[in-house]
Design a binder for this molecule. Structure first.
Ligand code: FEO
Length: 168
């Protein structure tokens, strides 16, 4: 059974994943309302992924015979200073999530919970991928973000993203 300390850590992370989903939904709404339907799609898919993370982690707590904790999910910001600002905020948020996931990995090691460590390592890898993808978009925005033609092509590119459940 999952220890109480780790149950709390995983439950807090479930909350953060739900918040991430909510944040990306707010960003999707902002993008759509400012005329970037493709970017809105990218954030909508991102919101679905975060929801899948939350549910996956919740199911893991249950599978380990523990009782998950539930808390308030904070309201996300709804106003942004443009598309570049949105993605800059995504990077800051994901860096925060990475720290949180790493802290859980450290805690599972300290508590000799090998199964928990194995579980959270999937998220450690996932965070590397997420940060790399966002850094890539941010680098393009820094170089070409002032060009309306670039924003048009970025919007088209991000329109192609499709949600694939990582835990089918
Ligand atoms: Fe579930 Fe973007 O971390």
């Amino acid at each position: 059974m999952l220890k109480e300390t780790l149950t709390k850590a995983f439950s807090d992370q479930v909350n953060k994943e739900f918040y991430s989903s909510y944040l990306y939904l707010a960003m999707s709404a902002y993008a759509e309302q400012t005329g970037y339907k493709g970017i809105a799609n990218w954030f909508f898919v991102q919101a679905q992924e975060e929801m899948a993370h939350a549910i996956h982690m919740y199911q893991y707590i249950m599978e380990r015979g523990a009782t998950p904790g539930f808390g308030v999910i904070q309201a996300p910001p709804t106003t942004f200073a443009g598309i570049h600002d949105v993605f800059a905020q995504v990077l800051t948020h994901e860096q925060y999530v990475t720290e949180s996931i790493n802290a859980i990995a450290t805690q599972t090691m300290k508590e000799n919970d090998h199964a928990g460590y194995n579980f959270i390592m999937w998220y450690v890898d996932e965070q590397v991928e997420e940060e790399a993808g966002i850094n890539d978009i941010l680098a393009k925005l820094s170089n070409f973000g002032d060009d309306p033609g670039f924003l048009y092509s970025l919007d088209n590119e991000l329109a192609a993203r499709v949600f694939v459940n990582p835990f089918p």
